[in-house]
Design a protein around this ligand. Sequence first.
Ligand code: NAD
Length: 298
Amino acid sequence: MATIGFVGLGNMGGPMALNLVKAGHEVRGFDVSQASRSAFAAGGGAAAASLADTVSDSEFVITMLPAGRHVSEVYLGEGGVLAAARDGALLIDCSTIDVATARMVALKAEASGRAMVDAPVSGGVAGAAGATLTFMVGGGEAAFERAKPVLSAMGKTIVHAGGSGNGQAAKICNNMLLGISMIGVCEAFVLAEKLGLDHQKLFDISSKASGQCWSLTSYCPVPGPVPTAPSNRDYQPGFTAAMMLKDLRLAQEAAAATGASTPLGAEAAQLYGLFAGSGKSGADFSGIIRWLRGSAEQ
Ligand code: NAD
């Protein structure tokens, strides 16, 4: 069993860290929020008083933070992970952040003599609680092999996406595709409604025809055909519009930085910006169907 310092005990990090405790690892957790530290301690975790206390004696450091600037601050700031972690510790960042920051921090970690992987997740809060997350890992082969047993206590699928930053690249490419496909499925249902075609009929046909995709068959944006989808519970998340917007914007930043042509990704970012800005940032991202119909009620 390993000694692990876990930084960022929020909606995702809290349950992930507790799954490491359940698996028998020795985990010290830290968060700037007292409420998050208390929730971790109430769940059976050992909350530390400072970042340095959390990481200084740990074989593994895991971070689960909101965005790139938090990751830069926690790793590179005064008294941060690179200053305080022990020699040879493996650093694992599970946050969803921009590829450029992920690669920059990993390079600095390497220069300090420590290996680092980016390991963003999909699966949401339910996947974090149930230890069923998918990890998309970027970094060297040896670091990936070292990280795998630890990540296995928090997830079911651990994929090596290539070198440093490629975990983040996989995450934003996948979620850009998801955002675009969700809007496409919503538009098909909105048109079907206008044409007098029943939701279930369109589902039965398209789920067996060339329009088939995950947004339709696992996360259907109209109530009925997929009982587990958020559409059946008034679009309670699930995966919020704000999270989708964050990932679409990261994809657009990466597209601009690399010169990739992603016109539909740009359009999806615009539409989710408008939907989230209409007071729906906390709704499930499939709720954009209501906004596309031009009604908050239907
Ligand atoms: P969250 O806001 O609930 O948790 C982040 C935590 O980091 C907070 O508790 C905050 O206090 C803490 N924090 C911020 N700065 C810190 C610092 N300097 N030192 C220590 N702690 C600090 O967010 P979350 O929903 O847990 O998401 C975390 C990451 O996971 C994000 O990058 C998000 O995009 C990604 N993600 C979230 C989901 C989801 O469904 N929530 C799904 C997949 C990926």
